[in-house]
Design a protein around this ligand. Structure first.
Ligand SMILES: *[C@@H]1O[C@H](CO)[C@@H](O)[C@H](O)[C@H]1NC(C)=O
Ligand SMILES: *[C@@H]1O[C@H](CO)[C@@H](O)[C@H](O)[C@H]1NC(C)=O
Ligand SMILES: *[C@@H]1O[C@H](CO)[C@@H](O)[C@H](O)[C@H]1NC(C)=O
Ligand SMILES: *[C@@H]1O[C@H](CO)[C@@H](O)[C@H](O)[C@H]1NC(C)=O
Ligand SMILES: *[C@@H]1O[C@H](CO)[C@@H](O)[C@H](O)[C@H]1NC(C)=O
Ligand SMILES: *[C@@H]1O[C@H](CO)[C@@H](O)[C@H](O)[C@H]1NC(C)=O
Ligand SMILES: *[C@@H]1O[C@H](CO)[C@@H](O)[C@H](O)[C@H]1NC(C)=O
Length: 925
């Protein structure tokens, strides 16, 4: 039974020892593994896992002889104001001794101590000031130690620049103490060590003699440093014993038995005077927590007692009698408060008449340190630390909010009076962050402002953002977020409690993270459009039905003429034939030139009924007109019929295809040498003229007008040519100068001279050796393959879109790379879409950057080098339609119509709605 008890005792004490938490860190040790130090009998770990900043230094051997091995290297912190070690896995409420050691050892060649300067920096325990380190002796090991209760489950020990000195540290040790020891330490009181001395010993002792690994300095010392190693014994002698000293009632102090077996005794038999020092601190109102450890080592004679008086200024009572039992330890705690501030403080032990002279085994003096400033809310700190780890953001050191002077730049905090500070704002704008939005952000429950814009966050918009109830601003713009938006966020945006920014995200372009409010409006709008369109279609069908074919016969141009495979020998266009004389009359003797190009010249004309027309005359005709010989002409134009062929192609084509966004052929002329085509007149000239403001109208096309032109050209023109015609037609010369604008800015695609129709359905491209198209617009694929497909038109159209956005021509003379694609890509890489948008649009302040960004992305997609990656014209049309619809919705929701742009709201809307739907159903024509 007894044996069993012993076993239990042994086991439990072993567990006690094992369970006491301790951490030993050799700061600046560059090895990978922890090592066993046979001097301290402890295992020291490298510090890399406790800190992510600073630089390691090895000290020169001459400075480290006799010093602990941990002091032979150090970590210094030249960068940043505050750098912190974080020690995890401590238990909140437990009592710990934390010790930091510093040995300068001229690691930097003595830079910082030249001319007798001292090296100073501050030590912080978490958010609280711990001590100013004043390193004056390079080869001295400075030690600072505190005893405190853990207020959280980790400790943060920070080195802070306070002067021009670079903070450094040699070792960091943490030892758990039993909670009964040093009872003064509680949540509001922490202690910083001033002195700990064994009065009767000549050597320093610590673990394993001291189970807590306290370091006891000898009472007699031969220190080089002045104040730190004061001789506490005056007029005393040393007494030792080998007899065992009982631990007494305060067993928790666990003062090493070697210390309890030796003591200093007053040598004049009257008074033992202790002088106290305050370390290197300059303390104006000194207050010491004094712990005195006694054991009577002298066997008392029969009528002798061991009683003496202790006088401690400021303590209540200031005078107490201390009686000791033979070989029983006794521990006394007093608080010393000096009224004045002398440089040395004394504790006097005075003999009581009839008693033995006073004696003392050991003493400790601590000063009070206020570590009560509360650090930021634990949840917020944990979240920020997780974010920091995920982002590899080493600039974030210590607490995010306190002390205010070291608070992180990216955070803002609130400071409630009685509760911990909270992180209320986090700004991670443009920090190159990648991956998912860290879930830890969802734990910042007090946050009101969250800016994650201009990073490359991917994935869906995380639902935890909806749990941040205080959030007032959420900026996610300029990321790669996809997926839909949580309703909660939408509702909060709708009721004005949340400012939400989502533009420049894929989800935004797909419309799925656009808020319901907008979506609903949008769908209502679409519904309204559909109804209007349906009504219009019904009316049109009815009128066609009732009014019958008469009308159809009157307008032959609307009939689908029969396609002829052979181009050329005779024009059979179904269009009126004009004589040369007719054209002369119509154009008032070719009076006004409205266009000029490789094909010839275009003149303004007016039919007898007043209809305005454009008359395009072939070059050969001009040559003759101007009296140049036909021989010369032949040379200049190359082998004959090139130009004539183009004319023929265009005439054939336009007589076959009819669409209100293709320029309509009114008639033709083949009269001797004269070849001419008569077109409907585009009153506003070409898109190119407008973008370059060549016609000097000073009128800037609004973003919405540009979008409409793009939709018209894409949907009505090109998609129709590609999909609506059998065989499909490739325009081959899509460019802004071939997009004409009617008087109400309706786009009309012109110039089909280079167009080719696929001969059969199976043939999906046109092979040609001739140089086609216009520099800047030609599909780069063409140069290697000599094949032009529908995707070549898509490419050219992409360039047109870029011109619409930027207002710049396709080929840029001011740019080395010379091309608008490079210019836009470069602009986007270095800035935002706002940097590439036509500045004239921005002046008008009437373009939604989101809508612009969609179009830019679409344009870049269209101009992909690999033609397989380019969208089809049908896809282009769909995307442009979406953009236009959103633009209309946002326009009508954000501002009322001014009189400047369109004729009237309903008229414009109706026109647009028909445009949007007309070609998705080709049969409607
Ligand atoms: C550091 O200590 C030296 C010498 O004791 C003293 O002259 C100097 O004022 C101290 N510096 C600070 C900042 O306390
Ligand atoms: C801590 O102890 C001091 C006395 O040393 C006492 O005045 C104070 O109220 C205690 N604080 C707490 C939080 O227990
Ligand atoms: C200490 O002892 C010396 C003689 O050894 C004596 O001169 C001196 O006055 C004593 N000091 C005190 C404070 O008792
Ligand atoms: C201390 O002891 C002395 C002498 O024995 C006595 O006069 C005095 O009252 C005692 N003081 C206290 C506080 O016990
Ligand atoms: C303690 O001793 C010192 C040094 O001898 C003396 O100056 C001081 O007055 C003494 N204090 C008391 C309370 O006796
Ligand atoms: C104690 O006894 C010794 C002799 O044995 C005597 O000299 C001394 O005066 C006594 N002291 C007291 C306080 O009674
Ligand atoms: C934070 O702000 C301070 C003061 O404005 C500046 O000195 C420091 O460089 C900033 N740090 C970062 C990482 O921006």
């Amino acid at each position: 039974m007894r044996y069993f008890m012993l076993l239990v005792l042994l086991a439990s004490s072993a567990i006690l020892v094992d369970c006491r938490r301790e951490v030993s860190i050799d700061c600046g040790f560059s090895g990978d593994d922890a090592y066993y130090d046979d001097r301290t009998l402890k295992i020291y770990a490298p510090d890399a896992k406790y800190i992510d900043t600073g630089a390691n230094h090895e000290l020169d051997e001459s400075y480290v002889t006799g010093q602990p091995v941990q002091a032979q290297n150090l970590r210094s912190f030249p960068d940043g104001v505050r750098n912190c070690y974080t020690i995890n896995d401590v238990t909140q409420g437990d009592k710990y001794l934390i010790r930091a050691s510093f040995l300068y050892g001229y690691y930097d060649g003595g830079q910082q101590m030249r001319d007798g300067r001292s090296l100073t920096f501050d030590l912080y325990f978490g958010v609280n000031f711990w001590q100013t380190m004043n390193i004056t002796v390079a080869s001295h090991l400075y030690i600072s130690e505190i005893i405190t209760l853990a207020s959280s489950d980790y400790f943060s020990i920070c080195l802070v620049k306070s002067g021009d000195g670079i903070p450094f540290i040699s070792a960091l040790e943490l030892r758990q103490l039993d909670s009964e020891v040093y009872k003064d330490v509680n949540q509001s009181v922490s202690l910083r060590l001033s002195e700990r001395k064994s009065m009767g010993l000549d050597q320093t002792i610590r673990f394993p003699d001291d189970i807590y690994d306290r370091i006891w300095q000898p009472g007699y010392t031969s220190c080089v440093a002045t104040s730190y190693c004061r001789d506490a014994r005056r007029n005393s002698t040393v007494l030792t014993t080998t007899a065992l000293v009982e631990v007494g009632s305060d067993h928790a102090y666990k003062v090493p038995s070697a210390i309890m077996q030796s003591a200093a005794v007053s040598s004049d038999d009257n008074t033992l005077i202790l002088s106290l020092s305050n370390g290197d601190d300059v303390v104006m109102a000194p207050m010491f927590y004094v712990y005195l450890h006694f054991a009577e080592l002298r066997a008392p004679k029969r009528n002798e007692s061991s009683i003496f008086q202790l006088r401690v200024p400021g303590s209540r009572p200031s005078l107490i009698n201390i009686s000791l039992e033979y070989l029983v330890a006794r521990h006394i705690q007093r608080i010393y408060q000096a009224n004045s501030d002398p440089s040395t403080f004394y504790l006097n032990l005075t003999r009581v008449p009839g008693s033995l002279p006073p004696l003392l085994n050991a003493m400790e003096a601590y000063s009070y340190v206020d570590l009560t400033k509360i650090s930021t809310d634990q949840g917020d700190v944990d979240a920020m630390m997780t974010i920091k780890r995920l982002l590899y953001h080493t600039e974030w050191q210590g607490d995010p909010c306190v002390p205010v002077q070291f608070a992180w730049n990216e955070t803002k905090c609130s400071f409630p009076i009685s509760t911990p500070p909270r992180v209320t704002s986090l700004d991670l704008f443009n920090r190159g962050l990648k991956g998912d939005i860290p879930a830890a952000i969802g734990n910042l429950s007090a946050i009101t402002y969250l800016n994650l814009s201009r990073n490359t966050f991917t994935g869906p918009i995380p639902p935890f953002l909806a749990n941040l109830n205080s959030l007032q601003t959420l900026d996610l713009s300029g990321n790669q977020l996809d997926g839909s938006l949580i309703d909660v966020l939408c509702n909060r945006q709708a009721n004005g409690s949340l400012r939400l920014r989502l533009e420049d995200n894929p989800c935004y372009f797909h419309g799925i993270c656009v808020c319901n409010k907008r979506k609903q409006k949008h769908s209502i709008y679409v519904l309204a459009i559909s109804i209007v369109v349906a009504a219009v279609i019904v009316i049109v069908l009815l009128s066609v039905f009732f009014l019958g074919g008469r009308r159809g016969k009157k307008e032959p141009s609307k009939r689908q003429p029969k396609w002829r495979d052979t181009i050329g020998s005779s024009f059979h266009t179904g269009s009126p034939h004009f004589t040369y004389q007719d054209l002369r009359t119509i154009t008032n003797n070719f009076e006004r030139v409205i266009g000029k190009g490789g094909f010839g010249t275009v003149y303004y004309g007016r039919l007898h009924d007043g209809t305005e027309v454009a008359v395009k005359m072939q070059k050969r005709f001009l040559a003759i007109e101007e009296g140049i010989s036909e021989d010369f002409m032949t040379e200049e134009l190359g082998s004959d019929s090139h130009g004539i062929k183009e004319f023929q192609v265009e005439a054939q084509l336009l007589s076959r295809v009819h669409h209100r966004n293709l320029v309509a052929l009114v008639g033709y002329c083949k009269d001797g040498h004269s070849l001419g085509l008569v077109f409907e007149y585009a009153a506003q000239g070409s898109l190119k003229d407008h973008l370059s403001d060549k016609n000097n109208t000073g009128r800037v096309l609004s973003w919405r007008e540009r979008l409409r032109i793009a939709v018209d050209a894409a949907q009505a023109g090109l998609e129709y040519l590609h999909k609506g015609c059998k065989p499909p037609i490739i325009h081959r010369d899509v460019k802004t100068s071939n997009i004409l604008l009617s008087h109400n800015f309706e786009a009309k695609i012109a110039d089909f001279g280079l167009s080719k129709a696929f001969l059969t359905d199976a043939q999906t491209h046109v092979s040609t050796q001739a140089v086609v198209g216009t520099p800047g617009y030609v599909d780069p694929d063409y140069h290697s393959t000599y094949r032009l497909t529908e995707k070549s038109d898509v490419y050219s159209f992409g360039i047109v879109l870029l011109e619409l956005v930027t207002g710049l021509p396709a080929v840029l003379k001011f740019l080395e790379t010379g091309h608008i694609i490079q210019w836009v890509r470069q602009g986007l890489a270095q800035g935002t879409v706002a940097d590439v948008v036509d500045p004239r649009l921005q002046q008008q302040q009437q373009c939604d950057m989101y809508s612009v960004r969609r179009v830019v992305d679409l344009a870049l997609h269209c101009t992909a080098l690999n033609s397989n990656e380019r969208p089809t014209m049908t896809e282009v049309v769909m995307q442009l339609k979406e953009s236009l619809q959103l633009e209309i919705v946002s326009e009508s929701s954000t501002r009322p119509y001014g009189g400047d742009v369109d004729v009237n709201q309903s008229g414009t809307t109706a026109t647009t709605s028909i445009n949007l739907t007309e070609l998705s159903d080709p049969s409607a024509r």
